[in-house]
Design a protein around this ligand. Sequence first.
Ligand code: MG
Length: 305
Amino acid sequence: MFSNLPKSIFITEVGPRDGLQNEKTVLSTEHKIEFILMLQEAGLKSIEATSFVRRDKIPQMGDAKELFEGLMSLTQKPISYPCLVPNLKGLELAISAGVKEIALFTATSESFNKKNINASIDESFERMAKVVELAQENNLKIRGYISTVFGCPYEGETSVEKLIEVVRRLKDFGVYDISLGDTIGVGTPKQVQEIISKLKTNFELDLFSMHFHDTRGMALANILTSLENGIRKFDSSAGGLGGCPYAKGATGNVATEDIVYLCESLGIETGVDMKKLARASEFILTKVGRQSSSKYLTAYLGSLS
Ligand code: MG
């Protein structure tokens, strides 16, 4: 134990998109931009800013263009701001807003893709191919998301062979990073270790970020297992923003504060200033009107006041 840890990790902060999209309250564009700038000030180097989806489908993300343009006009030192793009229309809007990096998504489960995006896995790749073509013409960086890697709300266990096939196909698109999502938060350390060891025989582990949910309290155990097994990139959301659409009232994304605290305790650099991060989370949690799901953050903010 602790013999194979990295010196540093890289965090993709997903609070402003994955987090806020799963909160009931629809915030103002100004507050969302302020939140992103606070996260950036805390030292985060990649912040998923928004999703270019239809306003009537996801009202929380309905201001994607205004938000991105506003952010670009205010940011002093631009970092990475990947934006989710579901289709060509979304990509065209993203390009018009000045987006430089996009994220595409699919899943390892046919049923999940059918329900989530009304497409089979093959159809999702046909759609993405068109998006990738235009994105490459515009020199955009592309990130890939794979859902249901550790389990599916409709199919239960999902196949690692399918995962490897989906990773290969995304890699063929030239994605620089693939985020492996524990969509319903059912992953356990043993499973994490097994999946990583199979990935390792097929790909460089540097290709992957782990996207854990703390729905059943296993996120930190899964992160520690991932670190020990050669993974050094993680997705997380400030304050644990966002719920779990597949388990009412349950927790979703692991909190960025939890990862930072764990890494600090192990001597692993994160580049994040905890106090500034906690203030950013406090700011946004007040706006959405709820407490943090992170035990660490609750204790930390309590100790500051
Ligand atoms: Mg998530």
